[in-house]
Design a protein around this ligand. Sequence first.
Ligand SMILES: C[S@@+](CC[C@H](N)C(=O)[O-])C[C@H]1O[C@@H](n2cnc3c(N)ncnc32)[C@H](O)[C@@H]1O
Length: 393
Amino acid sequence: MPSARIGVAESITRALETGSQPQVLVRTVTGLERLAAAELVAARHRVIDLSKRQLIVVPSNATIITDPPRLADDLFVIKAAVTDPGRTRQALAVAMMAVRRRLRACPAAGESVFAVSASFQGKRNYNRFDVEDLVGEALRELTGTPYHSRRTGTPPPTERVDWRVILDGTTMWIGVRPFDVPLHRRYWRRQTVAGSLHPPVAAAMARLAQIRTGHRVLDPFCGAGTLLREAYNLMPEATYLGIDQAPDAIAAARANAPAHTSTSVHFRQGDARQLSVCVDRIVTNPPWDVRLGIGDIAPYLSQWRRILRPDGRVVAILNQEQAAAMIRDATWRVLDVYDIAVAGQHPRIVVAELRQCSGPAQVSSIVRRAVLQQAEHLVRLRHRSEGGGPERW
Ligand SMILES: C[S@@+](CC[C@H](N)C(=O)[O-])C[C@H]1O[C@@H](n2cnc3c(N)ncnc32)[C@H](O)[C@@H]1O
């Protein structure tokens, strides 16, 4: 995760000790708000407001900074919040007076240059640069710190503090990013491939997979390994296998893999239409037929059905057509569907398990398990005869 700026975690701790309730604004991918809230609540923070792409949180301790939420796209410590002034420039100028009063109570922003980025919902008679410059100038006057305006298009210096202004239709939020870069940037991401997944989406899918100690987890379309990397962060005591037909993708996945995990994270070249493993979880992101295509998803679904343990679970991010095919397929019991917006697309995260049958079908599931175990045994023998040493896959 990005590094936190010096002193931010301590100032949250101090604020909590003195009984004040610092607030944090968390930005998410559209459609992941509920899941992001669940992650924050599991970490004992209090979510006091949830709207599109945004959560307002009262942290219970400084872990919101030292171990920030993985589903968050970005996070800001709120320094001022006033009523959204609405459409007119005049109302914005009035709101700025209240903003200045609130900001006066903030400690100085520090020596380094700062930039401001603003966004708003709905029609306004001013643009984002107007808002940015008003807030930027107010902060410059109050703190004496140099302000970099984005109006001219000149990129701000790399070493800077980022302020954020959001006018969401109800409130004008002003916050400062306590990290050097947005949270969605991962330090481990050295390489990507066409269609690489946004890490917070991968983190959400990893949580939905409910991976347990000892589970064997497969991504048959692993690309640069984003899903397995995020899943490993969440549950390092499982075993992970990524398969991709493209050698470049396997090289990228290996470059992104955690260090010192050669026995628990594997990547190998292969075809998702010919899988010969037995797994507890499948987390995957097949091509969405945008830049890369796979055509009909049905043959892949039947592979997943064949290799998944009876109590297994699939979490797949699919295009609308692929998701509809999986939801229609009576062999799957769909547990949840999340509609999200990412990279200009509107995919669906489908969480499903195998529908359990009774009677003769149960017998067939026992037979299936025996066949899978035999297939795994053969794969292991082949691996050893090829000099690969013991491998858990
Ligand atoms: C959308 S990308 C996956 C991106 C990945 N989640 C990431 O974050 O980098 C889909 C991947 O499926 C791979 N692929 C397509 N058809 C395949 C097949 N039949 N077997 C295995 N991999 C396949 C492509 O090479 C591509 O890397």
